[in-house]
Design a protein around this ligand. Structure first.
Ligand code: 4NP
Length: 154
């Protein structure tokens, strides 16, 4: 059985599509891409249909990570379609609980910080949207840390 993982942030144009692309790169490198289905979505639908933020695409490309995702809003049926729904920060986490149709669905929701091992100072993935280049680099550092943990669990 493939594990189905959905990453969720606010706009689905920076953090969660980068997490999706990061995890995809890591499982391809390990030769275990067939063990997972990976997607991402946003709690806010205002960017639906758009490609990811060009600043995020550039920062990811510099690390050999290709981002091709088109933004979409998370929806109730995602709780049927995925095994783990991983929120980038506490606002996303709480928004997912409001959307979860029942207790079993709520048990699929995680915080990305649960997978961080080398960044004890971070309890969430900070929104880089209003930040400079360093904000995007920090996001990628955190995502690489957590996604490596997810790969080991597959
Ligand atoms: P993301 O970043 O949640 O990491 O995709 C953001 C993208 C857009 C907005 C906020 C955060 N926005 O307010 O439009």
């Amino acid at each position: 059985m493939k594990q189905r993982i959905l990453f969720v942030c606010l706009g689905n144009i920076c953090r969660s599509p980068a997490a999706e692309a990061m995890l995809r790169k890591l499982v391809e490198r390990e030769g275990i891409a067939d063990r997972v289905v990976i997607d991402s979505a946003g709690t806010y639908g205002g960017h639906s249909g758009e490609r990811s933020d060009p600043r995020m695409i550039r920062a990811a490309a510099a690390r050999g990570i290709e981002m091709t995702h088109r933004a979409r809003q998370v929806r109730e049926e995602d709780f049927d379609r995925f095994d783990r729904i991983i929120a980038m920060d506490d606002n996303n986490y709480e928004a997912l609980f409001r959307l979860a149709p029942n207790r079993a669905a709520g048990q699929k929701i995680y915080r990305f910080r649960e997978f961080l091992r080398h960044h004890p100072d971070w309890s969430y993935i900070p929104d880089p949207y209003y930040e400079g280049h360093e904000g995007f680099e920090l996001v990628l550092d955190l995502l690489e840390d957590g996604c490596s943990t997810i790969v080991e669990q597959l």
